[in-house]
Design a protein around this ligand. Structure first.
Ligand code: GLU
Length: 490
């Protein structure tokens, strides 16, 4: 590896599904490593496995990465000097490289069809090398005559292959374990192993930072590169992400983790639609397998661009902890200005059919800023401010502590007190209602609970005195009156 060349990294997703935190973390680490070294990041779409291809996932992937704040210098959407960046548009290059390996004896044409391969599967662990020794000229003739074929790598059968990983150090594989794997398929597409190595070389990639799942292919990759006589990139295989509680590896095909609930998902677009902030997700993800000094845990993307390093990557499995995500989300919300929070909340209110008055929303934000986790949570906290009719269920007004009659008296007294207020300000509301509770020999909570229910339809609401002030006397009175009528009629 020529260390004097400028750093070039790549994120090379396959468009086989939506971006999840495993892929996003890999993209993030690549992005940060390029930034800190003043290098470049390439986005390469690895779409040569046509069976697993999912239309639209590339578009969504780009959208999700951008939303997180991760950008790249070259890629299918922005172009670059090594265009094209979509592998299916590079198959000619892959083919010519595979043929090059055949020409130098490092690969060979294989004419075994599916049926044959199936029939040997039970007897052999891998391919039985049936076509390995076919004479090159004869093989070439068969290829030229149009016979269906693949190109296989001529793996060494003796000795070992050792690869150096930046974090894991030497990884040695016994060559006898390697089968003669396919490089180029009969369908005209390369296999990922060949395509990725050819493209990494042609695109001048200096560091390959990727998921641990590719560690098992490292010998294949190194052998391909060495067969061409190219220099190897610096390899860096990240830690595996495990399900919360260490219950096993989290895979790309998992749509759920055990801890996953309505708010939590491993997919970036789900987290986005739930109202998580991208900076909170970044902060959460970067610490899954990396730390600066085991102390600092609050990071923004811009901070990370100045401090990230590969040396501090921890190869041990990292658990996905959604509680931590909520923790960072809370922190990020608290750091935002009220108007920023309002701007983030607004789309969720609109989605639920509420068109909030901007000024009013800005007044409400301080009441809930410390109470919400996701921006979507705000809908539950605030919708009663904006809906004309709230739903009341009479059974909720009575409980062990107060009978229907007692609740009725409370609501009537509160209504009377509020109607007589000279100023409808939360300070006045508070002092008068405290006095009333004393006078009625009730605990403040006993007095306020039915009021809260009457004006919000909920047992939980933002702080009640401020809520009453912001709802305004007209709405408060009419809602309490409605509750009174409801109770009188049961
Ligand atoms: N296309 C592979 C994936 O989807 C990338 C492997 C690599 O980074 O080399 O994960």
């Amino acid at each position: 590896m020529n260390t004097s060349s400028p750093t070039r990294v790549r994120f090379a997703p396959s468009p086989t599904g939506y971006l999840h935190i495993g892929g996003a973390r890999t993209a993030l680490y690549n992005y940060l490593f390029a930034k800190i070294n003043g290098g470049s990041m390439v986005l390469r779409i690895e779409d040569t496995d046509r069976n697993r291809y999912i239309k639209d996932s590339e578009k969504q992937l780009i959208k999700d990465l951008k939303w997180l704040g991760i950008s790249w210098d070259e890629g299918p959407d922005v172009g670059g000097i090594y265009s094209p960046y979509t592998q299916s548009e590079r198959t000619k290059l892959h083919r010519s490289h595979a043929e090059q390996l055949v020409n130098i004896g490092k690969a060979y044409y294989c004419f075994c069809d599916k049926a044959r391969l199936q029939s040997i599967r039970s007897k052999h662990k891998g391919y039985d090398e049936h076509c390995r020794e076919i004479d090159t000229d004869i093989a070439l003739e068969r290829v030229t005559s149009g016979e269906e074929h693949t190109i296989r790598f001529r793996s060494p059968k003796q000795g070992t292959t050792t690869v150096d990983d930046l974090i894991r150090k030497n990884i040695t594989v016994k060559n006898e374990q390697l089968e003669d794997f396919v490089l180029f398929k009969a369908d005209g597409f390369p296999v990922y192993h060949l395509a990725a190595m050819v493209d990494d070389h042609l695109m001048g990639i200096t560091h390959v930072i990727r998921g641990e799942e590719w560690l098992s292919s490292i010998a294949k990759h190194a052998l391909i590169i060495r067969a061409f006589g190219w220099s190897e990139p610096i390899w860096c295989h990240l830690s595996v992400l495990t399900q919360p509680g260490g219950k096993g590896k989290m895979s790309k095909r998992d749509t759920k983790t055990d801890e996953q609930d309505d708010n939590h998902s491993i997919f970036i677009h789900d987290l986005r639609s739930k109202g998580y902030h991208p900076e909170a997700i970044i902060n959460w993800m970067v610490l899954m397998g990396w730390s600066l000094d085991d102390k600092q845990e609050n990071f923004k993307l811009a901070d990370l661009e100045a401090v990230f390093n590969l040396e501090r990557i921890n190869p041990s499995p990292a658990a996905v902890n959604f509680g931590k995500l909520d923790h960072f989300q809370g922190k990020h919300i608290r750091q935002m200005s009220d108007s920023e929070v309002a701007a983030n909340i607004q789309p969720f209110l609109l989605k639920s059919g509420i068109t909030p008055d901007k000024e009013m929303l800005l007044k409400l934000v301080p009441l809930i800023k410390n109470r919400i986790t996701t921006f979507e949570d705000s809908v539950e906290w605030l919708s009663f401010f904006f809906t004309k009719e709230i739903m009341l269920s009479p059974s909720e007004f009575t409980n062990k502590k107060s009978t229907k009659e007692e609740t009725l008296v409370i609501l009537q007294e509160v209504k009377l007190t509020l109607e007589q207020l000279p100023k409808y300000k939360h300070e006045n509301i508070e002092s008068e209602l405290r006095l009333l509770a004393d006078k009625m020999n009730l605990k403040l909570g006993q007095l306020l609970n039915p009021v809260r229910l009457a004006i919000s339809g909920q047992k939980v609401s933002p702080p009640l005195f401020e809520t009453l002030e912001l709802l305004g006397d007209y709405l408060v009175n009419s809602r309490i009156e409605k509750a009174i009528k409801l109770l009188e009629n049961i």
